[in-house]
Design a binder for this molecule. Structure first.
Ligand SMILES: NC(=O)c1ccc[n+]([C@@H]2O[C@H](COP(=O)([O-])OP(=O)(O)OC[C@H]3O[C@@H](n4cnc5c(N)ncnc54)[C@H](OP(=O)(O)O)[C@@H]3O)[C@@H](O)[C@H]2O)c1
Length: 261
């Protein structure tokens, strides 16, 4: 397919490379910042366009810009039969109005600067408003990834929330836990190997079986002592108590008293 890519950030970079690797033609990179646009266009060896340039004819216009800018960018585009796609898990198809053929192609993955990612193992979630847009986005998605799922907005929103819980929360908790150690002059690297092993085991055993620790065992004395150690950090203390209560219930210790915070 002939694809014009709008945006010069992380997703535009990874999709640009993945599209070319899959045999599609990237007709050009469109951006508001000249330096960013020419850098990505040179990297892909394709033309660079400003937001006001006339765009080449294409099958797909992929808008990979910040969520809040999707509508603004979409309304500036000429209206024709191209399928206009955004890449946001948290945004409705309606943000692509008034284009007749609208679609979503959301990579369920954190994409960062670095080497071009292999999208074959990255889940891609799709949605579309017409059968033409559905066919095009499905063909595009399956050419890039082995794991493609069609989901309506309400379900995408739930996947987005679930991804935030499962990906962002453990990292934030690791960050806060390492800070607890650093503040006492203890090497924060001490808890990193068990964090990495936990991720491995979640994949191989499933999270329910992989989880260990005092709350799973029902060791209420240890849980209470941990909570007491966190009096200087009420927010983390409350989070510890809340998540411990959830684990205690999930592993068959339902009758524990409320923790006294
Ligand atoms: N990164 C991820 O892990 C990830 C994963 C899945 C989905 N997504 C989605 O992919 C989309 C792009 O995310 P990203 O991570 O690639 O973001 P990013 O790296 O921060 O890049 C954002 C891009 O949007 C452009 N932009 C922002 N406001 C604009 C405006 N008003 N007009 C024109 N261009 C504008 C920026 O241009 P400048 O260079 O001029 O600032 C930049 O090229 C978002 O919808 C996001 O939700 C991201």
């Amino acid at each position: 397919m002939k694809v014009t890519l709008i945006g010069t950030g992380r997703v535009a970079f990874h999709f640009g490379h993945a599209l070319q690797r899959a045999g599609h033609t990237v007709e050009g990179i469109v951006g508001r910042n000249t330096a960013h646009t020419t850098t990505l266009a040179a990297d892909l060896n394709v033309p660079a366009f400003t937001m006001n340039d006339p765009l080449p004819p294409c099958d797909v216009i992929m808008i990979a810009v910040s969520d809040d800018a999707i509508s603004e960018v979409a309304t500036k585009l000429p209206i024709n039969d191209a399928v206009v796609i955004h890449t946001s898990g948290a945004s409705e198809l309606g943000r692509l109005e008034p284009h007749p053929h609208r679609a979503v192609l959301w990579p369920v993955m954190t994409l960062s600067p670095g080497a071009p990612a292999d999208l074959r193992e990255v889940p891609l979630v799709t949605d579309a408003n017409t059968s033409h847009a559905r066919d095009v986005v499905y063909a595009l998605a399956t050419s890039l990834s082995d794991m493609v799922r069609a989901l309506v907005h309400e379900d995408r929103e739930l996947v987005h929330a679930a991804a935030a819980i499962s990906t962002n929360f453990p990292l934030h908790l690791l960050d806060r836990a390492q800070t607890l150690l650093s503040e006492r002059g203890i090497d924060p690297g001490l808890i990193l190997p068990s964090f990495m092993a936990m991720v491995e085991k979640a994949g191989s055993m499933g999270p329910h079986d992989a989880l260990t620790g005092p709350a799973r065992r029902g060791d209420l004395g240890t849980v209470r002592r941990h909570i007491d150690r966190l009096t200087h950090d009420p927010e983390l203390r409350a989070a510890y108590a809340l998540i411990s209560s959830s684990i205690l219930r999930a592993y068959g210790h339902p009758d524990h008293e409320q923790f006294d915070l």
